[in-house]
Design a protein around this ligand. Structure first.
Ligand code: FES
Length: 290
C-alpha cells in the first residue's frame, strides 16, 4: 500500500497579513461596476452561509460533551475565533456589547440636549450603573430622560437587566412635576401587552402563557419577573415540564440546564434562552415580544 504523503509545508498566514489581503481585495472590488460588485457580494454571502452551517453542525455535534463544551468556551475566548463566530452570528453579543449598543442608540438624542451617558459598572446578573453627563447631569428632567430613554434602550437591548442605577445627579423622585417631554416618550408604550398579574405566578415558580403565536415561560422571584420563549436552546423542545430547583430549570428531553435569573444555559454557555422584555405596572406583568 502506498504511503500517505505528508502534507506540504506551508507557512501559516498571519492575522495581520490576512486582514491586509482582505482590505486590498475590498479596495479592488469597490472599483468594479455594480453588477460585478453584486456578484462578489452574493458569493461572499453564500460562502459565509456555508461556513455558518458547518460551524453550527460542528458545535451541535460536540457540545453535549462537558469537556468539549469547556474547550469550545476556551476556543471562543481567542480574539480571531470570537470575531469570526460573532461575524457569522453564531455567538451572540456579550452583555457589555449590548449595553454599549443601547447607550449608543440614545446618545444622539441626549447630545441634541447637550448631554450624554456613560456606563459606570455592570453588576451581574441584572444590575447596571450609568452616569448622565453634560446637561443631563443635575438637570431636573434627567430622571425622566433616564426612565424614558436610556432605561428603555437598555431594557430593549438587555432584557436580563432589571435594575438601572444612576451614579450621580439628582434623585429622580419628584420629577413628575417637571414640564418636560422626553424625546423618547412617544414610543414608550408601544408593543407592550398586559398578560398576567404578579400574584398569578408562584414564588420561584414558572407559568406558561400562549400569546401572539408564542409559548411564553414566566418565572418570578420576589418582584423580579422574567419571560422567555418556552423552547430549549438545544432542540427547541418545550421546557415547562422540566424540573425546577433553586431557579435552575432542567430540560426534560436531554437535560440542558438554565439559570432562570438570566436565561443563561449552564450546560452550553454559548447558547441561552430567548428572552422577551418584561415590565411590571401596577402589579401587572407586561411583555414586549423580541
Ligand atoms: S431539547 Fe435537548 S436538552 Fe432540551
Amino acid at each position: 500500500m502506498a504511503a500517505v504523503p505528508e502534507p506540504a509545508e506551508t507557512s501559516a498566514p498571519t492575522l495581520d497579513g490576512l486582514l491586509k489581503d482582505i482590505e486590498a481585495l475590498q479596495i479592488i472590488v469597490s472599483g468594479w461596476n455594480e453588477q460585478q460588485r453584486n456578484t462578489v457580494e452574493a458569493l461572499r454571502c453564500a460562502i459565509e452561509a456555508l461556513h455558518r452551517e458547518a460551524f453550527i453542525r460542528l458545535i451541535r455535534t460536540i457540545r453535549d460533551e462537558p469537556a468539549a463544551a469547556g474547550r469550545l468556551r476556551e476556543a471562543a475566548s481567542d480574539e480571531v475565533v470570537y470575531a469570526v463566530l460573532r461575524h457569522l452570528e453564531i455567538l451572540k453579543p456579550s452583555l457589555d456589547e449590548r449595553l454599549q449598543q443601547a447607550l449608543n442608540s440614545v446618545r444622539p438624542s441626549l447630545q441634541e440636549h447637550g448631554g450624554n451617558v456613560e456606563l459606570v459598572s455592570v453588576e451581574p446578573p441584572d444590575t447596571v450603573t450609568i452616569r448622565l453627563t453634560g446637561a443631563c447631569d443635575g438637570c431636573p428632567a434627567s430622571g425622566l430622560t433616564l426612565s424614558a430613554g436610556v432605561e428603555k434602550a437598555i431594557r430593549e437591548h438587555c432584557p436580563e437587566i432589571t435594575e438601572i442605577r444612576k451614579a450621580s445627579g439628582h434623585n429622580a423622585q419628584g420629577t413628575t412635576q417637571v414640564d418636560f417631554v422626553s424625546p423618547f416618550a412617544r414610543a414608550e408604550d408601544e408593543g407592550w401587552t398586559d398578560l398576567i398579574g404578579m400574584e398569578e405566578i408562584g414564588e420561584n415558580d414558572i407559568r406558561i402563557i400562549e400569546h401572539g403565536g408564542h409559548s411564553l415561560l414566566f418565572w418570578r422571584q420576589d418582584n423580579n419577573v422574567k419571560c422567555y420563549e418556552n423552547a430549549c436552546a438545544h432542540l427547541g423542545m418545550p421546557l415547562d415540564s422540566g424540573e425546577l430547583e433553586g431557579g435552575i430549570l432542567t430540560c426534560p428531553y436531554h437535560g440542558f440546564q438554565y439559570a432562570l435569573a438570566t436565561g443563561e444555559c449552564l450546560t452550553a454557555p454559548e447558547v441561552q434562552l430567548q428572552t422577551h422584555a418584561v415590565r411590571v405596572v401596577a402589579n401587572r406583568v407586561q411583555v414586549r415580544l423580541s
